[in-house]
Design a binder for this molecule. Structure first.
Ligand SMILES: [Fe+2]
Length: 206
């Protein structure tokens, strides 16, 4: 059985997802935003240890705790190759000191990927490259489960902005069309706000 905790991170309220399977201590983290203490508390409370960090894209509010967590646990960080430069350049990551608690710590991801699947301890993911909000935005679907992590591409009642560097509205529209054509029963867990389903999101947007 898959367990998923949502940890709210930082002033922008990024959702960090903490995943683990019943009976194991191995965990994964998706979008480790500006909430290091909250993430550490969640790991301690569940007695889990992160085996990897997955990022849906490279904006600062989703990545700030990745460097300290990767260093502490020695775990790899996964991001799409097109967003990997954002982990090393605070301007590309739209980093704002005024809106952050953690400093920007440049990180060279060991695993920038371009493929459509990721096999990690306890979980295999289907990866959908959904550019538009950023060039390397992705959605992660847990293989064998109807659960899709949509980052800032698709929200319960909206979609990601395209006016930041690297944003592209026609690309985002194409990505949303692909996502909204998926099984309406798939549960979506976005980068901000409440979860929903593909069907509910489609009813809201279309
Ligand atoms: Fe974003």
């Amino acid at each position: 059985m898959v367990h998923i905790d949502t940890i709210h991170c930082g002033l922008y309220g990024c959702n960090c997802y903490h995943l683990w399977r019943e009976g194991t201590q191995s965990a994964l983290l998706i979008d480790t935003g500006d909430g290091l203490e909250a993430i550490l508390d969640a790991l301690k409370e569940r007695g889990t240890r992160p085996e990897a960090i997955l990022l849906t894209h490279g904006h600062f509010d989703h990545i700030l705790a990745a460097a300290p967590l990767a260093e502490r646990y020695g775990c790899p960080v996964y991001i799409h190759a097109q967003d990997a430069p954002m982990l090393q350049d605070p301007r590309l990551a739209c980093y704002s000191e005024a809106f952050s608690r953690l400093p920007f710590a440049p990180l060279v991801p060991e695993h920038p990927f371009t493929g459509d699947s990721l096999s990690l301890p306890g979980f295999t993911f289907r990866v959908y490259h959904t550019p538009g909000h950023t060039p390397g935005s992705v959605c992660y679907r847990i293989e064998g489960e109807d659960i899709l992590f949509t980052g800032d591409t698709l929200f319960a009642q909206g979609y990601g902005r395209t006016d930041l560097p690297g944003g592209n509205t026609p690309q985002l529209i194409g990505s949303l069309r692909r996502l909204l054509a998926m099984d309406p029963d798939i549960r979506i867990l976005p980068g901000h706000g409440e979860g929903s389903s593909i069907g509910e999101a489609a009813r809201y947007l279309c």
